[in-house]
Design a protein around this ligand. Structure first.
Ligand code: ATP
Ligand code: MG
Length: 308
């Protein structure tokens, strides 16, 4: 299992499964704790591909853990769901190769109630924001100056949330006002917005040192009811699945068109150019799998400064 591609996570029934997302499987360690396991599954346009990207789950875990630590060091008041990288006792009887393969892709996290929006921050205009701007001059309903080109840096980073769709549905871009209504609590909504922008700025500065532009990224937050309703950073963070990473040195030359990127844009482009965008049951060809794996690895190594 160590070197193979893990599409189905198998912990031999050691713990009860709480949920399966497009990429992760969540198991209950106890009432307060989850085992959060990243598979090698990859989704694009909200559809999961039939085959996975070897090494991806471990890379995403390594990057998230790096960022949780980095962000805590730079934003002392920030709370995150990260608890530990070790596996719980319940998995100790698994055979070594399986145990080690699981360990490389897992973290234990605080089990929380999830704030029901995707907290996106955009520093640059691209993707669905660019599509909306071309039509209406707005981004998530926010009016922007005219004359922006694709890939341009926004005057200031914007909090541009989306809905958190049920499995099989598509996330939908919404205005900050609408997100506040969905969240339903003014203080929580204000904390989510403020923390998202703060984390974006800290992370974008770190990425820039590594020669990477953090064009946009998506955060999720949890609510710690037992702890004064604290708003806690959860999920994965600042990975190529949740972010657009562009090489800084080629950005300017690509203004007004698509940017090369260290993330799943490459897979999205392959799907689109083959008429497979949004289609179920797609098997990604070996060369596209390999190139995607290479891009994820490069992002991980550049950002964390460690060999992946
Ligand atoms: P979906 O759940 O809609 O399929 P996804 O495909 O992005 O989203 P994954 O990344 O595969 O999901 O799985 C992670 C899931 O775990 C998400 O639903 C996320 O909201 C949830 N989650 C993240 N952190 C926590 C936490 N600390 N407590 C409870 N749930 C969490
Ligand atoms: Mg996710």
């Amino acid at each position: 299992m160590a070197s193979s591609t893990v599409v189905e996570v198998d912990i031999r029934g050691s713990l009860p499964k709480v949920a399966s997302g497009k990429v992760r499987d969540l198991f209950a360690v106890d009432e307060q704790t989850l085992l959060f396991i990243a598979s090698d599954r990859i989704s694009a346009y909200d559809v999961v591909m039939e085959n996975g990207i070897p090494g991806k789950g471990a890379l995403l875990t390594q990057m998230s853990v790096y960022w949780f630590q980095y962000l805590k060091d730079h934003i002392p008041t920030l709370q995150t769901h990260f608890l530990s990288r070790s596996l719980p006792k319940a998995l100790e009887s698994l055979d070594r190769p399986l145990y080690e393969a699981l360990e490389s892709r897992s973290m234990q996290v605080k089990r929380l109630e999830i704030v029901p929006i995707e907290s996106i921050v955009r520093g640059y205009i691209t993707g669905s924001a660019w599509s909306e701007y071309k039509k209406s001059g707005t981004v998530h309903g926010i009016a922007l100056p005219s004359g922006l080109v694709e890939g341009q840096k926004l005057p200031t980073p914007l909090w541009t949330p989306s809905t958190k769709a049920e499995a099989g549905e598509k996330d939908e871009n919404i205005s900050p006002q609408r997100a506040k209504v969905i969240i339903g609590d003014e203080k929580v909504a204000a904390d989510v917005e403020r923390l998202s922008l703060e984390i974006y700025l800290v992370a974008a500065a770190r990425a820039e040192e590594a020669g990477i532009i953090l064009a946009d990224t998506k955060f999720e937050f949890g609510l710690d009811r037992a702890n004064g309703n604290a708003v806690v950073l959860v999920d994965e963070v600042l990975t190529p699945d949740s972010s657009r990473f562009w090489p800084k040195d080629t950005w300017e030359a690509h203004l007004g068109k698509a940017q090369p990127s260290f993330d799943k844009q490459f897979l999205r482009d392959w799907l689109t150019s083959n008429g497979l965008k949004g289609k179920e049951g797609v098997t990604v060809p070996t060369d596209i799998v390999e190139q995607t794996a290479q891009k994820y690895k490069e992002a991980c190594e550049l950002l964390t400064g460690k060999k992946a």
